[in-house]
Design a protein around this ligand. Sequence first.
Ligand SMILES: [Zn+2]
Length: 171
Amino acid sequence: MQALKYLVGYPEPVQERVRALIEQGRLDQMLAQKYPDRHAVRSDGQLYEYVQELKDRHLRQSPPLGKVVYDSKLQVLKHALGTHTTVSRVQGSRLKVSREIRIAALFKDAAPEFLQMIVVHELAHMRESDHNKAFYQLCTHMAPEYHQWEFDLRLYLTQRELGVQDRAHKP
Ligand SMILES: [Zn+2]
């Protein structure tokens, strides 16, 4: 049985359905139909503006954003779908806390829903460091379809890796 590393923790019947979709070669098509669009947030500068705009709308009270970048070295799963670090430094007499957000570079070519989902995830970490109930409430406040998008992102990552393997095996 094929291990689905992006779906670890999901109920077995769910994984079963995904395996069936893969075996029938339908996962790719299903995702393409559901998420046909691509966003235009290409550069780090555009990403910064995009994150800032979402933050202004939902998290005005949180500390200002620090650096916001696409990171091609970031492994999505290892870093639990993104990274969020608190950088504290002393500026004059007061401690300034800024937030750095790194988004895995693969999101450049992903559907707008997936980019929004990962940005919402990282922004929610400005308030909650753990993946607890309050964290997911913040996520769904910023993106009501958050849970569906995160699940579908996991499917997208699964499909993406299968695609890479397929190409590598072709002569
Ligand atoms: Zn997280």
